[in-house]
Design a protein around this ligand. Structure first.
Ligand code: 3PG
Length: 210
C-alpha cells in the first residue's frame, strides 16, 4: 500500500511541533498507543530533523512525515532524515520537483482551482486544503470536489479541524484524511502530557470508526 493510501486508511494526521527532539519518541509512542500511527513533524523548530530521524529509527510502526516544507532544501533534508511523506502549506517554491527527485510522496497545499490544477499537472492528486477553516471549510471543499472528482483529487483539510467538525469533514467522500494540531498541541508535547495525547488520539479514532 502506498503511504498516501495508508493515510487514507488512518484518516487523521496529527500535526506536531517538537521543540525538544527528546520528546519525539515518547510522542510517537503515545500516538501509536491511541491508534494513530501517523504524524506530521513540522519544520517549524530546529528539532524537526532529529525528531524525524529518531522516530524513523526507534518507532518503526509510526509513519512519520515532515510538514511545513517551504523549500526544496527542506524537502531533501526531510527525505534524508527518513520522512515517509512530505507536506507543504502551498504548491509553489519548487517543492514538488524536489519531492519528485527525492522520491518522497508529497501532499502540497492548495485552496483554489488554479492551485489544484497546478498540483495535478505535477502529478499530485492529494492536496492539503489549508487553512481549511479560513478558506470556507467544508462548503468550499464541497464546491472544489465537484469538478476535481473527475481527476480523482482527494483533500486533506487542515487548519481549524477539531473534534467539533471532524466527523463532518471525514464524511465527505473527497476527504482522504484530515490534519490538525488538536491531538498533540505544542504545549502538551513540551509538558510531556502523553496520556492526554493518547486519549485524544483514541477519541479521534472513535470518530473515524463511527
Ligand atoms: C498546519 O500546519 O497544518 C496547521 O497549523 C494546523 O492547523 P490547526 O492548528 O488549526 O490544526
Amino acid at each position: 500500500m502506498s503511504v498516501l493510501t495508508e493515510l487514507g486508511t488512518i484518516r487523521v494526521v496529527p500535526v506536531v511541533e517538537i521543540e525538544n527532539a527528546d520528546d519525539a519518541v515518547p510522542l510517537a509512542r503515545a500516538l501509536v498507543a491511541g491508534g494513530l500511527p501517523v504524524m506530521e513533524v513540522t519544520y517549524r523548530t530546529s528539532a524537526a530533523r532529529t525528531a524525524i530521524e529518531r522516530v524513523a529509527a526507534e518507532v518503526p510502526e509510526m509513519i512519520v512525515g515532515a510538514g511545513t516544507l517551504l523549500s526544496p532544501a527542506n524537502v531533501t533534508d526531510a527525505a534524508q532524515a527518513g520522512a515517509r511523506f512530505g507536506v507543504a502549506p502551498g504548491c509553489g517554491g519548487g517543492v514538488l520537483a524536489a519531492a519528485r527527485e527525492a522520491g518522497l510522496p508529497f501532499v502540497p497545499g492548495a485552496v483554489t482551482p488554479a492551485e489544484i490544477m497546478d498540483c495535478l499537472a505535477e502529478g499530485c492528486d492529494v492536496v492539503k486544503f489549508f487553512p481549511a477553516g479560513s478558506y470556507g471549510g467544508l462548503g468550499t471543499l464541497r464546491s472544489l470536489a465537484g469538478p476535481f472528482s473527475a481527476a480523482g483529487v482527494r483533500f486533506v483539510p487542515t487548519g481549524g479541524v477539531s473534534p467539533d467538525n471532524l466527523a463532518d469533514y471525514l464524511a465527505h467522500p473527497a476527504v482522504l484524511a484530515v490534519g490538525g494540531t488538536w491531538i498533540a498541541p505544542r504545549k502538551d508535547i513540551t509538558a510531556g502530557k502523553w496520556a492526554e495525547i493518547t486519549e485524544r488520539a483514541r477519541a479521534a479514532v472513535q470518530v473515524v470508526e463511527a
